[in-house]
Design a protein around this ligand. Structure first.
Ligand code: F6P
Length: 342
């Protein structure tokens, strides 16, 4: 078969391992031929691609980012019906299927293309770990690892100066990275969008840690807003897709804590550093398994489906499942964490 691969949406450690896994499996087992679209769906629309022979994926499994480039373009932007263009390009090059590696937006587009008769299978990706149809997404473990190391460092300097350190991590609508890195680093408060604390509650936990002689560490997910904050508390610019461009909640919280408690406070935004690293061993293995399974899915006629992790097994589910619901931190995980606050 001839298979096109693309990476779309925000980049994520492990994308290259998926590509490598798919190409090696397809080459070795099925004698498939691969090509890689540049910059996600843009490459499909513009017919911009590179051949992906096995030698091209040599050693990339341990490298962060994506060798194909990525973007958030999609064939249906601005009311366009890009399906006809995609179909024409696939026919011209006799491509049998596309493996689309991406988050909810990418998988939504993939599903829409499938409805128009375009053969696509999906591989779920997000550092935020917010896709419900899979237990974990690759990239999340790496982001947590990077954030945890950064938080450990913030604790050291916070301890030296008896300061409260407020660290902002990724997580647009879910607090998985904040919860896991905060727990791993022994944070005194974790603020996540799912269970918004009030400013008063955050300050109580900071006070309690400070009074015990600790330098309080507050970890906050970028999409968090305190329960009692006024509506215009955070005023984010929108990106070209109309999504808030987050970044700044830590800088908003730190002076409030300092004012209310008289505890010197500093803010740090970890931002894209969390996405840029080499994938951890866990993410390399997960991504590789998803890549090899995606090729199996193409060969077993699984068009319109995506590979997913369930427990320790790789399974496949309808693409529609991935776009249906966001995986939020459940109350049980939140309550488990709150016992450690203060
Ligand atoms: O959705 C993944 C994510 O990393 C979010 O956590 C973050 O808000 C966003 O992407 C950043 O997007 P961009 O790369 O466009 O700045």
């Amino acid at each position: 078969m001839k298979i096109g691969i693309l990476t779309s949406g925000g980049d994520c450690p492990g994308l290259n391992a998926v590509i490598r896994g798919a190409v090696i499996k397809g080459d070795t087992v099925f004698e498939d031929e691969f090509l890689g679209y540049r910059d996600g769906w843009r490459g499909v629309i513009d017919d911009d691609w590179v051949p992906l022979p096995r030698r091209r994926v040599r050693g990339i499994g341990r490298v962060g980012g994506t060798i194909l480039g990525t973007s958030r373009s999609n064939p249906f932007a601005d009311g366009e019906d890009g399906a006809a263009i995609v179909r024409r390009h696939l026919e011209e090059h006799e491509i049998d299927a596309i493996i689309a590696i991406g988050g909810d937006g990418t998988l939504f587009t993939a599903n829409r293309l499938v409805d128009s008769g375009i053969p696509v299978v999906g591989v779920p990706k997000t550092v935020d770990n917010d896709l419900d149809a899979t237990d974990y997404t690759f990239g999340f473990d790496t982001a947590v690892e990077i954030a945890t190391h950064a938080l450990d460092r913030l604790r050291i300097t916070g301890d030296s100066h008896h300061r409260c350190m407020v660290a902002e991590v990724m997580g647009r609508s879910v607090g998985w990275i904040a919860l896991h890195s905060g727990m791993a680093a022994g944070a005194h408060v974790i603020c996540i969008p799912e269970f918004p604390l009030s400013i008063e509650e955050i300050c109580q936990q900071v006070r309690s840690a400070f009074d015990r002689g600790r330098a309080p560490l507050v970890v906050v997910a970028e999409g968090f807003v305190p329960r009692d904050a006024p509506e215009d508390f955070m005023d984010y610019d929108l990106d070209e897709f109309g999504r808030p461009r987050f970044g700044g909640i830590a800088q908003a919280l730190a002076p409030l804590i300092e004012q209310r408690l008289g505890v010197e406070s500093r803010a740090t935004v970890l931002g894209h550093i969390q996405r840029g690293g080499e994938p951890t061993g866990y993410d390399r293995v997960l991504a590789t398994r998803l890549g090899t399974a995606a090729v199996d899915l193409v060969h077993s006629g699984g068009i319109g489906r995506m590979v997913a992790l369930r427990g320790t097994e790789i399974v496949d589910v309808p693409l529609a499942d991935a776009i249906d619901s966001v995986k939020r931190v459940p109350r049980s995980r939140w309550e488990e964490a709150t016992v450690l606050f203060g």
